[in-house]
Design a protein around this ligand. Structure first.
Ligand code: MN
Length: 338
């Protein structure tokens, strides 16, 4: 019997021709870590035979995102790209920067193939700019977006925001050729439903963080934050990052000591979504967790993505690939920057 609550989740329908999809999360890209970026570059530039049919980025692609204007010249984009998709054209379910960002909304049936944004014609805005030497982080973000854009030309690329990059907005998505997904989203692929999430909203034990999350995901907070000068936002992000690092350090810098996804919340979300497998990141604790059985006796599980850090010992960089054979972790050889 169809479950009437299922359609409360955003849905992404894989086109029939898709053979395999890849999931990655928690790369935490920033300019001071060229090694991890080089590893991503090599993955995104893999030869066609090694590619999946689509890439799903499940949050924290960037260490921090303080607003699309960090890419420069945002105000000009409307005029620059006459083919720029209108709101709703590629994202009928979720206007970016809306209250719906990161929240579940109403009925959202969307065929993935129809979601891919039309890329603006010009690459000019992602080219090096005169102040790059003074602004290495902004130059890096432009380079990363340009890399994603080249990849999304041949492989549909979906972006579900994490707690570090939830302010990645419509201009950056358009420039990268990525389609935003709300958190959570149900992916229909291979005759099954797969529940996709960043995972932070289910770490219920960390009540301080949940309070903070609620605040920063509110449209009022986001409007006020984005209205501040870019340099001020960058400085604030730097402070927040330093505080977060200090907190991690105080906790022993061990992901095993951080709050984990709540098993009951995960089980409930799966059952409400009519799915058996939750795929998420955020906790940096790659694993498969059995979550018991649903009322039909089907096994429930959550599969946790690895974070990426090419400078760690040993280096971490991994893609989770889903195809007819099931879910498989593909370790990526890490790369020194070219
Ligand atoms: Mn995260």
């Amino acid at each position: 019997m169809p479950d009437p609550t299922v359609d409360r989740f955003a849905q992404c329908l894989a086109p029939a021709h898709w053979q395999a999809v890849d999931f990655i999360s928690d790369l935490h890209l920033h300019s001071a870590d060229p090694e991890t970026f080089a590893t991503l570059r090599r993955y995104l530039q893999a030869p066609p035979a090694e590619r999946a049919s689509a890439l799903f980025i499940l949050g924290d692609l960037f260490e921090v995102w303080v607003g699309d204007d960090a890419l420069g010249a945002c105000r000009a984009w409307g005029a620059e790209s006459e083919k720029r998709p209108q709101r709703g054209q590629f994202l009928p379910d979720l206007p970016p920067h809306s209250p719906a960002m990161g929240q579940e909304a109403g009925k959202k049936w969307t065929a993935a193939a129809a979601l891919q944004p039309a890329l603006p014609k010009s690459d000019r805005l992602l080219e090096p700019q005169p102040d790059d030497a003074q602004q290495p982080e902004r130059a890096f973000l432009r380079e990363a977006i340009a890399l994603l854009r080249a990849h999304s030309r041949h492989t549909p690329t979906f972006f579900l925001a994490g707690n570090r990059d939830f302010l990645l907005g419509p201009d950056a998505l358009t420039q990268a050729g990525m389609t935003r997904l709300s958190d959570p989203t149900v992916l229909h692929f291979l005759g099954q439903r797969w529940l996709l999430s960043h995972g932070d909203a289910m770490c219920l034990e960390d009540t301080d963080y949940q309070r903070f999350r609620q605040e920063v995901r509110s449209p009022d907070w986001q409007r006020a934050f984005l209205a501040r000068p870019l340099a001020e936002r960058e400085a604030l992000a730097g402070d927040m990052r330093a505080r977060s690092e200090a907190r991690k350090h105080a906790l022993g810098n061990d992901p095993a000591l951080w709050a984990d996804v709540d098993a009951t919340a995960a089980r409930q979300a799966l059952q409400r979504a009519g799915a058996h497998t939750l795929i998420h990141g955020h906790t940096h604790r790659p694993a498969e967790h059995a979550l018991g059985f649903d009322e039909h006796g089907q096994a429930l599980q959550r599969v946790v993505l690895s974070d990426w850090d090419a400078r760690a010992h040993p280096p971490r960089a991994e893609v989770l690939r889903l195809d007819a054979r099931g879910l498989n972790r593909l370790p990526l050889g890490t790369m020194c920057p070219a």
